[in-house]
Design a protein. Structure first.
Length: 272
């Protein structure tokens, strides 16, 4: 390939990224979604000195890698990417997409549908900072759960097991019979809960509270469980649950004040 046909690979510099973050308006960003990497757990202290256990999500490298329009792709959508990787670990189709837009090669990609009228607010190569979420927001976090290997019916499906009396010492953790009953075909139905591979599934934990959004380190601290092991790719988006009843601690004014003790009425003295 000649020099005129080669595609230049020049990732954006840090100065441009910093100016984008400074001029970024979280209220005007239409997509309340981030891609991040589970970094582990820690604890922070509130103003009153209470220790709060939190899960840490590194979401500073979430970048817009592709914008799909109805005229070209048939629908409107935005593709986000996270996790830098080597070029040799990507296929030529994905690597050509990054080089065409002068972007860094990313490992994980996820696409989300957006409104057609809001496509103008997205820019190619724009990093989505954690400022789109703030303390007190509730999010849904999705990811691949930890793999548990081959597991029995009690561990995999939360069965209670068989009675431990009358000499059933070797059947306590058995799942029971699997054949058809009276009037049913004598075969095992598809989807019957049995022992098998457990974990490595795409799961979602809903309505997790955001404790803090660290703008300097681009970290998101949430109070709740995050699917998968450390280093796992996760999707953080605005919760779809009802926020009418939040789990915030509310102290009523009546309960904070102690009732003043009532004075005993003076007894009338009996006159003889």
């Amino acid at each position: 390939m000649s020099e005129t046909q080669t595609v230049s690979f020049e990732p954006k510099n840090e100065v441009q990224d910093q100016t984008q973050i400074q001029n970024f308006d979280p209220a005007s960003f239409p997509l309340k979604t981030l891609l991040g990497i589970k970094a582990g757990m820690t604890q922070i202290y509130s103003e009153s000195g209470v220790a709060i256990p939190v899960s840490v999500i590194a979401a500073g490298s979430s970048m817009i890698t592709r914008i799909k329009t109805p005229s070209k792709d048939g629908y409107s959508g935005v593709q986000l990417g996270v996790g830098e990787c080597k070029e040799k670990n990507l296929t030529k189709s994905y690597l050509g997409q990054f080089k065409k837009n002068s972007l860094v090669a990313l490992r994980w990609l996820k696409e989300f549908k957006v409104n057609e009228n809001e496509l103008e607010k997205f820019k190619m190569g724009q990093k989505v900072p954690v400022e789109i979420f703030s303390a007190g927001d509730y999010v849904d976090i999705s990811g691949i759960s930890k793999g548990k290997g081959f597991a029995g019916a009690m561990k995999r499906h939360n069965f209670h097991g068989l009675p431990a009396s009358h000499g059933a010492s070797d059947k306590e953790r058995s799942r029971g019979s699997s054949g058809g009953g009276s009037g049913q075909p004598q075969r095992v139905f598809k989807g019957t809960k049995m022992a098998g591979r457990m974990g490595c599934d795409w799961v979602t934990t809903q309505k997790i509270e955001v404790v803090k959004a660290d703008k300097e380190n681009q970290l998101l601290l949430v109070k709740g469980s995050v699917p998968g092991p450390i280093g796992n790719f996760v999707v953080v988006k605005q919760t779809s649950k009802n926020l009418k009843h939040k789990r915030a601690l509310v102290v009523s004014a009546k309960g904070a004040k102690k009732a003043a003790p009532k004075k005993a009425a003076p007894k009338a003295s009996a006159k003889g």
